[in-house]
Structure formats: C-alpha cells, structure tokens
Design a protein around this ligand. Structure first.
Ligand SMILES: Cc1cc2nc3c(=O)[nH]c(=O)nc-3n(C[C@H](O)[C@H](O)[C@H](O)COP(=O)(O)O)c2cc1C
Length: 354
C-alpha cells in the first residue's frame, strides 16, 4: 500500500509539475457544459485555471461506460474529477480509479440540489450530514495520494449558515480535505428548481470570508455570481481562490485575462479568434473519429464580445446543430466572418477583465 501510494505520489508530482496546480482560479463543474470538448477549449484560453469535469455519480463510474465517461485529453491538466455519492467505500474506489486515470484532484459534490441527486442522498443534502461527509473524505484520502476536495453551499433549507457551515468545514478539515469550495448561497431543497437554486437564494460572500478567517489552514475557494476577472481579484483579498461558472462558460473570452492578471504570465493567445483557430487540429481529429462538429462548437457561442461579426459567427455556429457531416472547414468559415482583435494592449486587457 505504501509503495503504491508512493508511486501515485510520484505520478501526481509529475502531473503537477506539468500542470502547476493552483487553486487561485478554477472553472466550475457544470453538468452538460464542462464536457471534455469544453475543457479542451477552455484550456486554450488559460493555462493556469484548474478545470473540473461534470459531476459523475459513483454508480456511473462503477457500473457505466467508464472509459467514455472519464475520458480526457492530457492537454486538459490540471483537471479535477467531481464525484457525486455518499458511500465512503464507493467514493474511495472511484477516487482510486480517477487517480489511476491521471486526474489531478478528486472533488466531492455537496452542493447539487436536484431531485435525482437528493433521492440518492447526496449533493446538497449532504450539508445536513457533516460526519458522513467527513467519513467520505477520510475514505478517499486513504485511497489516493492526489488532493481530495469538497464543494458545498453555505447551508440548506432552514439551516443557520453560521453554525451549519462551520460544523461542515470542521468535519471535512478534520478528515483531511485539501480545500473547501463554497457556493456562497443556500440551496433550498423544497420548492426551487436547480436553476432557481443558482439564482434565488441570496449570495452571502461575507459568510465565506468569515469561514476563511476561522480556518486559516484550510484552503477556501469562493464560488457563485463572480462575473468578471476583476471581481475574482476582489475576492482573492479574502479567500484562497475563486471558482467561476456561468460567466466563464457564457463569455469564454474573459478567460484570456486569467493568466496575465492572476498569474502574471502572458496569455496563450493574443485574441479569442487566435485561440479558436488553434482549436482547428482538435476539431479535425475529433470529427475524423465521429464526433459531431456541433458537440465542440456549441461551447464557442459566446467567444466574441463586441467584435464586428460576432453575431454572424453565432448564427453560423447555430447552423452546425442540424448538420451531421460538418467539419473543421465549417468552423473556419465561421471564423472568417469575425474580426480579430488583439488583447495586446493594457486597455484591451482591462476591458476583458472588467
Ligand atoms: C448548467 C450547470 C450545471 C451545473 N452542474 C454542476 C455540477 O455538475 N456539479 C456542481 O458541483 N455544480 C454544478 N453547477 C453549479 C456550478 O458549479 C456553480 O456552483 C454555480 O453555477 C454558481 O457559480 P456561478 O455563479 O459562477 O455560475 C452547475 C451549474 C450550471 C449552470
């Protein structure tokens, strides 16, 4: 066991060297959105953001088409696998599978409010069972050498977020969690849809800041409603990292500011158009394997902001939805419709950050 863990440690060190895992900025796990094509594309926009898979249940990992569900491209590192489940042994087994496949982190979902997830007694309803979550974290930590983290809400239903989140954080920290990601609003399990649960319960960033102050050794990552890189920078004065979800997906051009502004490194590409052009070999490869173009290009809809031709580009991409045989040349034709705008100047960088 010791030797195995050592080997895993070595593999992980190698991955981390390759990918420099930092928790300062992450892209949120989003079901049906952050699939492998989306993540490959986002990686072209930022080298440093930590990427997350969509949530996969332990049942799917153990009994489903594992190779397909867990597939990723090495370029996606650093990449975390998010698991949904509440059985410590099943989670430990899935964590081990994830570590062996080369993921850089295993994350447990304790924030999803959907009915299906509740029936399985996991997701956000785990906020009411901090001890069980601690057992899950401890079991996963014993199984893998890579970091194990938890994503949660500030509370659910009638819980008072002050003691509820504190109790939850104590339990996961004691169990050895490497970070706690907090979506800074409650989940209301009765009467709200998952979508409403991302919008209706009010955001309470101060609660997350207080949690960080109370747990100086536990990396605390803030999530929820962060709409710009400037917004992320503001939160970083209070917490260890920021996780961005919808704004990053719907307006991926923002991600070009992550490496320069948060890590002091040059962006991989000088414009959204150049990043999209760099996606072309991937598109060719995937389409040749039978992937439909639309499965990839659907993630590019919001790539251009206030650039001449942006609307024509979106309309062109929408056309790919009904096509079964469109290939990379279709994307190239779309890109020809839109102007290139370098983000070379500080003014442009300030614009995308804001
Ligand atoms: C379409 C969609 C799917 C989501 N799926 C997941 C998921 O699989 N796991 C999870 O922990 N959160 C999921 N979330 C929640 C996000 O990770 C994030 O917590 C939430 O959107 C708040 O962050 P934001 O305001 O930056 O979008 C999802 C959100 C959206 C919009």
């Amino acid at each position: 066991m010791g030797r195995l863990k050592n080997e895993k440690n070595k593999k992980n060190e190698k991955n981390n060297e390759m990918s420099s895992l930092s928790r300062k900025f992450a892209l949120a796990p989003m079901m049906d959105w952050t699939d492998r094509h989306c993540r490959f594309f986002h990686r072209l926009l930022t080298r440093r953001a930590l990427l997350y898979t969509e949530m996969l249940t332990t049942g799917a990992v153990l009994h489903g088409e594992r190779a397909r569900l867990l597939r990723f491209d090495p370029a996606e590192h650093p990449l975390a696998l998010q698991l949904g489940g509440c059985d410590p042994q099943a989670l430990a087994t899935c964590a081990r599978i994830g570590a062996e496949m080369g993921f850089d982190e295993i994350n447990l979902n304790a924030g999803c409010p959907s009915d299906r997830v509740r029936e399985g007694r996991f997701g956000a309803c785990l906020m009411a069972e901090p001890e069980l979550v601690g057992d899950c974290v401890a079991a996963m930590k014993a199984a893998v050498a890579i970091p194990v983290t938890v994503k949660c809400r500030i509370g659910i239903d009638n819980q008072d977020p002050e003691p509820a989140l504190e109790h939850f954080a104590q339990s996961v920290e004691r169990a050895g969690a490497d970070a706690l990601i907090v979506h800074a609003r409650k989940a209301w399990l009765e009467g709200l849809s998952p979508r409403e649960n991302r919008e209706v319960p009010p955001l309470d960033y101060d609660r997350v800041y207080r949690l960080k102050r109370a747990h100086p050794r536990l990396p605390v990552i803030l999530n929820g409603g962060v709409a710009s890189i400037e917004g992320a920078i503001t939160h970083l004065a209070h917490v260890d990292g920021v996780m961005m979800g919808r704004a990053a997906y719907q307006e991926p051009w923002r991600l070009l500011a992550v490496d320069p502004l948060l890590f002091g490194e040059t962006a991989r590409f000088r414009s959204p158009k150049q990043a999209a052009a760099a996606l072309m070999p991937y598109v060719e490869r995937e389409v040749a394997r039978g992937t439909r173009l639309h499965a990839i290009t659907r993630h590019l809809h919001g790539l251009f902001d206030a650039v001449p031709g942006a609307r024509a580009f979106r309309r062109h991409l929408a056309g790919a939805a009904g096509m079964s045989h469109a290939g990379a040349e279709y994307l190239a034709a779309g890109l020809a419709l839109v102007a290139d705008r370098d983000l070379d100047s500080d003014r442009e960088l300030a614009h995308i950050a804001a």
